[in-house]
Design a protein around this ligand. Sequence first.
Ligand code: ZN
Length: 307
Amino acid sequence: MPEWSSYKASTYRPAEPLNWVSHVTHLDTAALLLRDWQLRAGPVYDHSKLNTRRIHVVWVSPNDWAGAGGFRYGNVRFRFDWATLVAGAKYYWVEAVTSYKPTATRILVTTHDRDGDPTLIPYNPAAGDGPWVTDAAGKHFWNPEVCLEVMVERSIPLTSATRIDFVRHHENRCCIAPKVCPDSGVEADRASARFLAAATLASTKPFEPHPLVGDFGGEPTRTVRDAWDNLLRYLSSRRLVAAGTITAEAPAAGALARGVLAAFARGDDEWRVLGALFASKPDLVSAVRAAVARGLSISSESALPLD
Ligand SMILES: [Zn+2]
């Protein structure tokens, strides 16, 4: 029997539909990704058979760690349609890492022919005997009792993400720096506001529709609208008293608003110090809204409501 047959969905907890997978990353990494909107395939570092190989991958998974206190990979979740992601590719069983809880079962999805590779075994989901299966109608399912980790051997454009949303970062667990990660315990709402601030400041190619904004008419996506609502809550907080001299119409308003956004994106409380330089709260909100709309090429500021 192949190794993967131990990880077939059991009758106690049946297989779940596998419609989408996600790549979750930290806020600062996500801000860098916004430069070229690509998840770049990289070498495998962790306890894997492939960690000495020149096989570069992007990790995706259907696992949701919300019930386990949050994700250790960060706050920003890029979701991809599973069937589209794997269409036309070849699949190989890599390994089951039983030292992880739950066990990580790993499958490589690639357009390369790796049939002769002694460390990889061709995997056929239609055989129905492993953690990822397809039924007679071609529908995909997975076994939620294991952690299904998929290594995609190519870079993935973020514009192919069907959705960008936000998750809680686990309080103590972190895949990068468990004790010192600045995002430990950061909730989804705050993460979304910080991501929006970073996205506003990230350079994109001029004269192209912004990936976070609809193709026609510059309408913000749901991700942007939800994140704006969250950012607005922080800007309106009573802890910030704006009593400076800069009005929303002042020549320096745009530069100051971008300063506020940069500090906010870093998770730095200095954003309040900068925000307090505005003449009033409405001036602050108005200048930040104009900066966000401009940064994301949103055609009408009113697409970002003030209440
Ligand atoms: Zn972290």
